[in-house]
Design a protein around this ligand. Sequence first.
Ligand code: PQQ
Length: 257
Amino acid sequence: MTLTINDFADLRSAEALEAALRAIGAERYHSNHPFHHLLHSGQLDKGQVQAWALNRWYYQSRIPMKDAAFMSRVVDPDLRREWSQRVVDHDGTREGVGGVTKWLRLCTGLGLDEAYVRSEQGILPATKFAVEAYVHYVRERSLLQAVASSLTELFSPTIIKDRVAGMLKHYDFVDEATLGYFQARITQAPRDSDFALAFVKQHARNEEERQQVCEALLFKCDVLWAQLDALHHAYVLEGGIPPGAFEPVREQGRVAA
Ligand SMILES: O=C(O)c1cc(C(=O)O)c2c(n1)C(=O)C(=O)c1cc(C(=O)O)[nH]c1-2
């Protein structure tokens, strides 16, 4: 069944809203994307996994910027304080700790050069457009929709567990230390999404606003889906790598392991 905005006809209560959000996630979350199925079931080679980590670096690096953009618009100190934890999670309280550093460790653990990753030179054009669209969305839409757009995290603990288990099982070039980023997310993501869900349930006061919340989640699912479409097109289909984007090193006709 394919959902459209009009399918959320029953948005008469906060509980109906939650049910609609969960239905959107079940259908549209990036756990359903073919590229994730390939990644988690060991069907990618090392170069394709590198491409995934490199492109997601761009997403990871922009997440604290979008959270800072959100906070810059918030008048209520309680909400700002709550949200500030997200920036701390990613940036850490000092250099060398925090999610951004851990993602960098994932990239270097896969054999990518740190300076190359940081330079953002190899990122796919579509990754940049999708991620920037998310930052702009949070900067420009209502605070309600900005909060709602983070609700994909309701669904991330399951995919993170599947990913870590699948990658450890299938790829000899990853170990628990390389995937350390995901360890913290298992607790951080539910904390963040519980807050965001309670917020939208409380602050969306009528059907129109509940509809806006659903639209924000649909938008965010598109942001995540588009990034995987870009990876799939560039690195799974033959000949899809755009000029200037990351080129996996190939040895004797196969990607280096
Ligand atoms: O591994 C994943 O599949 C996944 C998904 C998402 C998400 O659903 O947006 C986030 C993350 N990870 C993540 O690590 C993260 O820090 C994060 C922040 C946000 C956000 O929208 O504020 N989403 C996500």
